[in-house]
Design a protein around this ligand. Structure first.
Ligand SMILES: [Zn+2]
Ligand SMILES: [Zn+2]
Ligand SMILES: [Zn+2]
Length: 562
């Protein structure tokens, strides 16, 4: 029913999706069973809450948990009322976190932010001492030793037409004619072959963790002056119109894992997050066009054109959007399942509640079009979003979670025996080789990290539930490493080291040693057929890389090896 019209007449309206499924009454009934948090006074700016968050931050700080402390100081900023001294105090305390994290430049910026916000004169000497410490460290060259040294960069020269892709990879078609990525030459383990800025990005939970617009982490965030949800990393992000639309919409910071199927991916997210993600994706593209008619024309052209057309470049946002619309949907689904329809219904309502959009979607044909647009986006996001979640922190059952969707990453095909995996960094998707790739081979990613070590029946169940997909990869075909090979891998000292080692994320050097050992192992055994041992180490490798990008120098993470 997606993109179907009421009749063949040229000016026919798109079908009313909500009527087809039994009317909005049915949808409302379904929605009533779903807890969507409504905005109430607990979402307002409130100095008492702001102060409480700062106190909680101080406790974390006292225990040496800089990440957790910083998140609480950010929460303190989000809740602080206009002109409140809580603002300057939170900036000042956050500068102390940055100092401990050896992020001296950020520390200096926060010191200035605290002063500008009217930091109390009697406390000023403390702040000045911090600034001096910072300047001294920078002078001594310590600033270079900060986190940014791990920022991922392409391991090769970028492709001429697709700068986010290394020139050892090309876009082509697989045996079935579907668009895919292929190696132009042999590529070693541990190479970054794609680093793509997200086309769509969204923060699901714990808003003090990332910039609301670009998903940068650990910035000198400034809070939205109106709501308690958004923080921005820069003037540019603050000036972005996305949050202007969203500010004041109902958000849901609570987060519930849908454990019904034991899932951890997209479907595990509370519907509220799914609704907000699709709302955000529509806002991105509505803003891209001068009028709804222009948007409609563009989308209709893209839908009608060949889905398997290989783009020649993705140099501007409209080209990216065209490619986004053509990404394969869940088994070419064109009918929405019930929960998806609820998401679309709610997103439609939410978008049309935004005064500016109510004005421009002023005709029935526009509003019908919007139903289909939201549905199409929902289906693309459902398959192609890369969800980063960094687990639970010590005092909260809400994981840090965000979603990024890139076009190039969407061209990766799935295999349960992948040769690359996806990591994320500041709203970028980063594709790293985890096995040696031969010239001409297709670049294959595993949709879910969990699949790497699961037996076939569980993989298939998961892939069906998540993607309505029946995998026919080599591993699912039963081609795996022999028992003797598995035994050899398990008795390899490198394997034993990696599976017995407790990770201490404070120790940069130990972390790097582990990463190097992962590469050694994957280089040695990665060309064998798949085995749980390879899956195990590939998983450890990509997790470590992710931690290293994020510069988790403190408390946070304990590595889990299965
Ligand atoms: Zn930003
Ligand atoms: Zn706001
Ligand atoms: Zn498979």
């Amino acid at each position: 029913m997606l993109w179907e019209k009421e009749s063949r007449k040229e000016d026919a309206l798109y079908l009313n999706m909500f009527a087809i499924s039994g009317g909005s009454a049915t949808i409302n009934e379904a929605l009533s069973g779903i807890r969507i948090e409504t905005k109430d006074s607990t979402w307002n700016k409130n100095d008492a809450v702001s102060m409480q968050r700062r106190t909680e931050g101080n406790e974390h700080f006292g225990n040496g948990y800089w990440n957790d402390a910083m998140e609480m100081y950010n929460a303190s900023l989000r809740y602080a009322e206009s002109g409140s001294k809580n603002i300057s105090l939170a900036y000042a305390n956050r500068s102390a976190c940055f100092l401990k994290m050896k992020r001296y430049n950020e520390c200096l910026i926060d010191v200035e932010l605290a002063k500008e916000a009217g930091y109390p004169a009697d406390l000023m000497p403390k702040l000045d001492r911090r600034k001096e410490k910072c300047l001294k460290a920078i002078e001594e060259g310590a600033a270079e030793a900060t986190i940014m040294k791990y920022e991922p960069i392409l391991s090769f020269e970028p492709d001429e037409h697709f700068p986010c892709m290394a020139n050892v990879v090309k876009i082509g078609r697989d045996a079935e004619g579907k668009v895919g990525l292929f190696a132009k030459e042999d590529v070693d383990v541990g190479q970054t072959i794609i680093k793509e800025k997200a086309f769509m990005a969204y923060v699901y939970s714990r808003y003090g963790w990332k910039c609301n617009v670009c998903l940068k982490e650990y910035g000198n965030f400034v809070s939205c002056s109106k709501c308690t949800v958004a923080m921005f990393c820069s003037e540019e992000c603050r000036g972005n119109s996305l949050h202007d639309y969203e500010c004041g919409l109902k958000f849901c910071e609570t987060y519930r894992l849908n454990t019904e199927h034991g899932l951890t991916g997209g479907h595990a997210f509370e519907l509220n997050g799914l609704i907000m993600r699709v709302v955000r994706s529509c806002l991105v593209v509505i803003d891209m066009f001068a009028s709804v008619d222009e948007l409609m024309n563009f989308v209709e052209q893209a839908i009608k054109s060949d889905r398997n057309q290989i783009p020649t470049t993705l140099s501007d946002v409209k080209l990216q959007y065209g490619a986004f619309l053509k990404l394969p949907l869940k088994s070419n689904f064109t009918t929405l399942e019930d929960d998806a329809l609820c998401v679309v219904f709610e997103a439609h309502k939410m978008l049309l509640d935004i005064p500016k959009l109510k004005t421009i979607f002023n005709l029935k044909k526009y509003r019908r079009f919007l139903m289909h647009l939201i549905s199409h986006h929902y289906l693309v996001l459902d398959v192609h979003s890369n969800i980063a979640s960094s687990g639970f922190s010590r005092d909260s059952n809400v994981p840090w979670a965000s979603s990024t969707t890139g076009v190039m990453v969407g061209y990766l095909s799935h295999s349960c025996a992948p040769n690359v995996l996806v990591s994320t960094f500041h709203g970028n998707s980063v594709i790293i080789t985890v096995r040696p790739v031969r010239k001409g081979q297709q670049i294959m990613n595993s949709l879910l990290l969990a699949l790497l070590t699961l037996p076939k029946d569980q993989r298939h169940k998961m892939l069906w539930l998540e993607r309505r997909m029946i995998c026919q990869c080599v591993r699912c075909d039963g081609v795996t490493a022999s028992l003797a090979q598995c035994k050899r891998m398990r008795s390899d000292p490198v394997y034993q080291y990696l599976t017995s080692k407790q990770l201490n994320p404070d120790d940069d050097e130990a972390m790097q040693t582990m990463i190097d050992k992962c590469k050694t192992f994957l280089r040695k055994y990665g060309q064998l057929q798949w085995s749980d041992e390879i899956g195990n180490i590939a998983q450890v490798y990509v997790t470590l890389t992710y931690l290293q990008y994020r510069g988790l120098m403190s408390s946070e993470t304990i590595l889990e090896t299965s």
